[in-house]
Ligand binder design. Structure first.
Ligand code: ADP
Ligand code: MG
Length: 364
């Protein structure tokens, strides 16, 4: 099912004069999520991700704007009539019920012609449980399960009703690192096999990038960029997006454009014939540095960290915004780093410049 948001806005009024301004948790969002996609909704804590999911599920009403599921306007529809499956960070399972009873719970209160028999409910629960591979645990109570298993029960409970859309709010945050990795792949697999349009909320860019068909990056309630993970990584529209994606993070420097040249400090590091003279922030991905004894950009070597196939040259530069500049170089090329200084060329497709004031991308 396709999901369309039109000028969707949610404002939380301030409770008192002392509290100050209203909070615009979601600010005029316009977006279309294609049928069957897994979309990663990504942004720092407090940017409005949970509010967005609550609007989609119907748990909260928007201040203005519209939500369409295919061509149905669901903006004022109560949650139970929207056909959404919800999974939260806290699994919210019923501790006194078995796995089977937890999964059938959303099916119990169907009335009239939709009413299901016990056998029908159990069959549906088993099908959902098989999909998340917990069908051997049906008689256990949540307290007898690991965190990862509990989260699978929560997912089974969300998909047992065959929802039109699946919404997951930071579903992996309570799991340890190894389980997080495993479970995120599991979610991808379940999503592929059911084909349910899914919105997956996370503040972890790596998590979003690794499993999403497309990502939506938001900040302070405002949509920043939408696209395939690689496209957004390669072509960030502003400094915020450039900094939010990538590990190690992008390196940023004070710089300026003068007469078609990009300067960091005294050094002219790139030709930028189409950019106008102005003060800029220069951002370089760690993989954007190339060692060259005659390179244009000189950094002071702090240390060389061996990472196996690659090495990370950790250096300093007086124009850097961060204490350390991190470059990633293939280990053969790093042999040349012996002295106190290292010289780099900057790769044009891994270097970005942003207006110093607006932080918008400047194309060169
Ligand atoms: P995220 O999930 O990205 O961390 P939230 O959607 O929870 O962000 O919150 C977005 C903003 O809206 C925050 O500033 C938060 O304090 C505010 N907010 C969320 N829910 C409420 C509420 N019920 N009442 C008032 N403010 C809220
Ligand atoms: Mg949240």
């Amino acid at each position: 099912m396709k999901v369309t948001l039109e000028n969707l806005t949610k404002i939380f009024p301030s409770r008192s004069k002392k509290e100050g301004k209203d909070v615009v948790a979601v600010n005029s969002f316009n977006i279309e999520i294609a049928d069957g996609q897994l979309v990663g909704l990504l942004g720092p804590s407090g940017c409005g991700k949970s509010t967005m999911l609550n609007l989609l599920s119907g748990l909260q009403k928007p201040t203005s704007g519209k939500i369409l599921f295919d061509d149905d306007d669901v903006t004022t529809l109560p949650p139970e009539n929207r056909g959404v499956g919800l999974v939260f960070q806290s699994y919210a399972l019923y501790p006194h019920l078995t796995v089977r009873q937890n999964i059938t719970f959303p099916l119990e209160n169907r009335k009239g012609k939709d009413k299901l028999t016990k056998d029908e409910m159990n069959a549906m629960a088993l099908e959902a449980a098989k999909l998340v591979q917990i069908d051997n645990l049906m008689d256990r109570k949540p307290g007898e399960l690991s965190g990862g298993q509990q989260q699978r029960v929560a997912i089974a409970r969300a998909i047992v009703k065959k929802p039109r859309i699946l919404l997951l709010d930071e579903p992996l945050s309570n799991l340890d690192a190894r389980l997080r990795l495993q479970t995120r792949e599991e979610i991808r697999r379940i999503q592929r096999s059911t084909g349910i349009t899914t919105v997956f909320v996370t503040h972890d860019q790596e998590e979003a990038m690794s499993i999403s068909d497309s990502i939506i990056v938001m900040k302070d309630g405002i949509l920043q960029q939408v696209g395939k993970p690689q496209e957004v990584y390669d072509e960030p529209v502003n400094l915020f997006v450039a900094k939010f994606l990538g590990t190690p993070p992008i390196n940023t420097f004070d710089g300026f454009v003068k007469d078609g040249g990009l300067y960091i400090g005294e050094e002219k590091v790139l030709d930028v014939p189409h950019a106008e003279n102005c003060a800029v922030t220069v951002a370089v991905r760690p993989e954007g540095f190339e060692i060259n004894p005659h390179g244009a950009f000189s950094c002071h070597v702090d240390r060389v960290e061996v990472m196996g196939r690659d090495v990370s040259i950790v250096s300093t530069h007086e124009c850097s915004h961060n204490p350390l500049v991190r470059s990633i170089i293939s280990s053969e090329n790093a042999q040349e780093v012996t002295g106190e200084w290292v010289k780099f060329d900057l790769k044009k497709n891994k270097t970005y410049i942003f207006n110093k004031e607006t932080e918008e991308r400047i194309f060169f």
